[in-house]
Design a protein around this ligand. Sequence first.
Ligand code: ATP
Ligand code: MG
Length: 136
Amino acid sequence: MQTEKILRSEDDTIAFAQELAPKLKKGDVLALYGELGTGKTFFTQQLCKSLGVTENVSSPSYVLMNEYMGSFTIHHLDLYRLDAAEEVLELGLYDLYDEAITIIEWPEIADGMLPENAIHIYFEFIDTYRKVTVKK
Ligand SMILES: Nc1ncnc2c1ncn2[C@@H]1O[C@H](COP(=O)(O)OP(=O)(O)OP(=O)(O)O)[C@@H](O)[C@H]1O
Ligand SMILES: [Mg+2]
């Protein structure tokens, strides 16, 4: 299944996050693709807010992974700085999935380590706006 949405403003991304949040369940893995600045972290911040996280959600580019508590445990990862799939294994990715919602920016390097039911979300710049495509 594939759905597309045009995101003309941050408000559109907020609405998209608010729409997706109630559909998520424990064990879901969201792989967020897209060039630098397309809005992966911003989307994650809004999604976390919709999932009841009250603390500040920041980019995990340097720490690789952050954990938040909302209506679920949420793991937010950014694999941009990793060079090899083995480094992903060291993060213990597989052990994270079951009991939480896992959100992964720059998931390409973990391609073979995503569960079959992962939700793939692609962010793109198109002219002056952004587009998001969800593939399940
Ligand atoms: N739909 C939108 N419309 C306008 N601006 C947006 C939208 N979504 C996000 N932004 C803005 O784009 C900027 C970059 O977003 P963000 O940091 O989320 O990108 P990213 O995809 O996580 O980048 P990186 O690959 O560096 O992690 C932020 O300032 C954010 O507020
Ligand atoms: Mg980011």
